[in-house]
Design a protein around this ligand. Structure first.
Ligand SMILES: Nc1ncnc2c1ncn2[C@@H]1O[C@H](COP(=O)(O)OP(=O)(O)OP(=O)(O)O)[C@@H](O)[C@H]1O
Length: 237
């Protein structure tokens, strides 16, 4: 189900950033997208063979976008089906209202992040796992350079609140296509995304740009990824 190479890369990321420790309680943020479903399956799969013992708490924030008039089934029903396949319970929490703010990807994800942090504290979790992978990290690097004028990305591990909580991204070293392959092998399916704002056009633009670079320059993706670990500060402005 997990190729040796993919397994090795996930293990390397876990090890490089000490992602899991004995006694950890990990809140796994499950959107219903394929990345976080694979993440949850994977953390459960690793639980059986990891040298450390940890607990998983799968949590979904219901963004309350679906309505019965929509042609497709409720995402919560589809999500319940995926959870049966994984064999874990899912805690579903209604999203907090966006107080006076216009709905945008930025405002929704900021609020969701805060809500997940609060839930981690409520469930006594010391880690939160997100489903971001290597392609997400690379795209964010370019998004930040092109639109915010800084060189940064999402890190595989980020310690917050004086170390009381750590955000971890166990898929940080594997590519989207490896995530999709795991999903196919396990039989996981992404749940429909009904957000009218779905499809981040800036991110899509960067994705297209990177895809065309990867197609033209062999090894460019690996090299770009390696460069994030090899910043020569003395040669920056
Ligand atoms: N509604 C949600 N409830 C819980 N966690 C979420 C939710 N939306 C996003 N997340 C978390 O944030 C991560 C990144 O969010 P993003 O919006 O990029 O996800 P996505 O592309 O919709 O789904 P996925 O990353 O699971 O394929 C997800 O992998 C997941 O861990």
């Amino acid at each position: 189900m997990l190729s040796a190479q993919t397994n090795k890369r996930i293990g390397q990321a876990m090890c490089d950033y000490s992602m899991l420790d004995d006694g950890d309680h990990v809140l796994v943020a499950v959107s219903g997208g394929i990345d976080s479903l694979v993440l949850l399956w994977l953390l459960q799969y690793w639980q059986k063979k990891a040298p450390v013992s940890y607990e998983l708490h799968a949590v979904h924030i219901d963004m309350d976008i679906w309505s019965p008039e929509m042609a497709e089934p409720s995402p919560l029903l589809s999500l319940a089906q995926q959870m049966r396949l994984i064999g874990l319970e899912l805690h579903v929490e209604k999203s907090l209202p966006l107080a006076g703010e216009l709905r945008s990807c930025f405002s929704c994800s900021k609020l969701r992040r805060k809500q997940l942090f609060d839930l981690a504290s409520r469930f006594k979790c010391n880690k939160i796992a997100f489903g971001h992978h290597r392609d997400d990290l690379l795209e964010t690097l370019f998004l930040n350079m092109f639109y915010s004028g800084n060189i940064s990305t999402m890190v595989p591990r980020q310690d917050l609140f004086e170390g009381r909580l750590a955000v971890i991204r166990p898929l940080a070293y594997i590519e989207k296509q490896e995530v999709v392959k795991i999903a196919e092998d396990v039989g996981l399916c992404a749940v429909g995304n009904f957000c009218p704002l779905a499809g981040d056009t800036r991110r899509e633009e960067i994705q297209n740009m990177l895809e065309s670079i990867y197609a033209r320059i062999p090894g460019a993706k690996a090299s770009l990824f390696a460069s994030m670990k090899n910043v020569r500060e003395g040669y920056m402005l």
